[in-house]
Design a binder for this molecule. Structure first.
Ligand code: DI6
Ligand code: FE
Length: 396
C-alpha cells in the first residue's frame, strides 16, 4: 500500500476541541485509502514515504459530503418557476398535477443512459466544489421498474462515493389516483425487491399534506425496519405533521427541511440522536418565510447538516458552497457550523462513521482550498476556491 505525506497544509480537521479542529501548520499521511496520521508539521512520523506532496499552505478540509440530493431525473421545471413568480404556490401546482408529477413523466420517458448522462453532468458540478460523498434519492420513477432504473443510474455514477436512498413515497403516481394506501403497499413491496438487487442503502419518504400521512410513512418505515434498512424523512417542510417524532421512533439517520419543526420535534431529535438536515436552497427558492428553529436545535445540541437538496422543483442549485453561505445568511449558522454541516454532521446523516473529519483511521477524502482561513468557504458566494480534491487517497 502506498504511503504518502502531504506537507504544508492549514488543517480544518473538524475534530477535537479547537474551533474548526484547527492546526495552523499541519500535515497528513495517507496509506492507501486511509489517513494514517494527521497533526502538526513538526511531528510528522519518521516513516518511509512513497511520495510527497506540498499543499502550498492551502486550507485543508475533509472532503465535502452532500447528504440529500434528488440527482436522477429527466427534464426541468423553469416554467413552474415562472408560474410561482406570478403567484401560484408550490402546493397549488402540485395539486394541479404539475410539480413532482411532471418530473415523474419526464423521468419515465428518459432511457437509462440518458438519465445517467444528465445525472453525471450534475454530479460533475458538485465534484468541482469538492464533494467526495453524495446521497442520491430515487422518487421520480414511482414504479418498480422506473425506481430501479434511477437507483441503478445512481450506482453507475463516477467520481464520488454514492449512497442510495429509496424515496418511493415521494408523490402519488397518476395510475394510483385515489388509491394512496394501495400505492404505499406497492412502495413497500418494491422495497423488498430493490433491496434484493442491492440498490438501497436507506429509505426516505415525503411526510406532508401534499405527500404522505404519518400513518402511511409509518407503514413504509415498518417495512424498512423489517429489512434492516435505516430511514430518513422529508419532515415539516411545508407544515408540522409530527413526522419528525415518528421518524425518531425509528431512529432515523436524519430529518430534513424542518422549517415547521415543533419543540416536541426538537426533543425527539435529541432523544434519538438524529441529525437535523437543513436545506437553505429550497427555503430560498420557495421564498419560504418560516425559518427552521436553529437556535432551539443548537441549544439542544442536535447535530445540524446542510445540503443543496438538488432537485428540479424546489432547489435546482448544484452548489454546496453557496449553501454554506445561505446557511449563514438565511439560517444564522456560524461559518464553522455550516462547514460541520457538510462534513462531520453530513457523514452522520448518512450513517457513515468513517469520514467527515481529518483524523487517523478515516478515509483519505480531503480538499485543499486557495484561501487563508476556512471561514472564507461560507463567505464567498458564487466563487469556487477549490485547488484539488483527494478521494480515497487519490488526487481527483
Ligand atoms: N421536498 C422537496 O423540496 C423536494 N421533494 C420533497 O419532498 C421537491 C421535489 C420536487 O418538487 O420535484
Ligand atoms: Fe429533498
Amino acid at each position: 500500500m502506498s504511503r504518502v505525506v502531504w506537507r504544508n497544509g492549514r488543517l480544518a480537521t473538524m475534530a477535537g476541541d479547537q474551533p474548526w479542529g484547527w492546526i495552523a501548520d499541519g500535515a497528513l499521511v495517507t496509506e492507501g485509502e486511509r489517513l494514517l496520521w494527521v497533526g502538526e508539521a513538526e511531528q510528522i512520523p519518521d516513516l518511509d514515504f512513497d511520495a510527497e506532496h506540498d499543499l502550498g499552505g492551502a486550507v485543508v478540509t475533509p472532503g465535502l459530503i452532500d447528504c440529500h440530493t434528488h440527482l436522477v431525473y429527466g427534464g426541468q421545471r423553469a416554467r413552474e418557476f415562472e408560474l410561482r413568480l406570478q403567484g401560484a404556490s408550490y402546493e397549488e401546482i402540485a395539486r394541479a398535477g404539475g410539480g413532482i408529477r411532471s418530473t415523474v413523466a419526464a423521468t419515465r420517458e428518459a432511457g437509462e443512459d440518458e438519465l445517467l448522462a444528465l445525472a453525471q453532468r450534475r454530479l460533475d458540478a458538485l465534484l468541482a466544489e469538492g464533494v467526495t460523498t453524495i446521497e442520491i434519492k430515487s422518487g421520480y420513477g414511482l414504479s418498480l421498474e422506473s425506481e430501479a432504473r434511477s437507483l441503478r443510474v445512481a450506482r453507475r455514477l463516477r467520481g464520488a462515493d454514492v449512497r442510495c436512498s429509496y424515496l418511493g413515497a415521494h408523490a402519488l403516481p397518476p395510475e394510483f389516483e385515489g388509491r394512496q394506501d394501495d400505492y404505499v403497499e406497492a412502495v413497500c413491496d418494491w422495497m423488498v425487491r430493490l433491496q434484493q438487487d442491492g440498490l438501497v442503502d436507506a429509505v426516505d419518504a415525503f411526510c406532508e399534506g401534499i405527500g404522505f400521512t404519518p400513518a402511511q410513512t409509518r407503514r413504509v418505515f415498518e417495512t424498512a425496519r423489517r429489512l434492516g434498512l435505516p430511514v430518513k424523512l422529508h419532515a415539516e417542510q411545508l407544515s408540522d405533521q409530527g413526522g419528525t417524532q415518528l421518524a425518531c421512533e425509528y431512529q432515523a439517520l436524519s430529518c430534513d427541511h424542518l422549517e415547521y419543526l415543533s419543540p416536541e420535534g426538537v426533543a425527539a431529535l435529541v432523544a434519538s440522536g438524529t441529525v437535523a438536515t437543513l436545506l437553505p436552497g429550497a427555503y430560498y427558492f420557495l421564498r419560504e418565510t418560516k425559518l427552521p428553529p436553529v437556535a432551539a436545535l443548537r441549544a439542544a445540541g442536535v447535530p445540524i447538516a446542510i445540503s443543496p437538496d438538488h432537485n428540479p422543483g424546489t432547489s435546482p442549485t448544484l452548489s454546496l458552497l453557496l449553501m454554506l453561505n445561505m446557511a449563514c445568511t438565511l439560517f444564522r449558522l456560524t461559518p464553522e457550523e455550516a462547514l460541520r454541516g457538510v462534513t462531520v454532521n453530513a457523514a452522520r446523516a448518512l450513517g457513515l462513521g468513517d469520514r467527515g473529519q481529518l483524523v487517523a483511521g478515516q478515509r483519505a477524502d480531503f480538499c485543499a482550498w486557495d484561501i487563508a482561513h476556512p471561514n472564507e468557504l461560507a463567505y464567498y458566494f458564487g466563487r469556487n476556491p477549490l485547488r484539488r480534491a483527494v478521494r480515497a487517497g487519490k488526487i481527483r
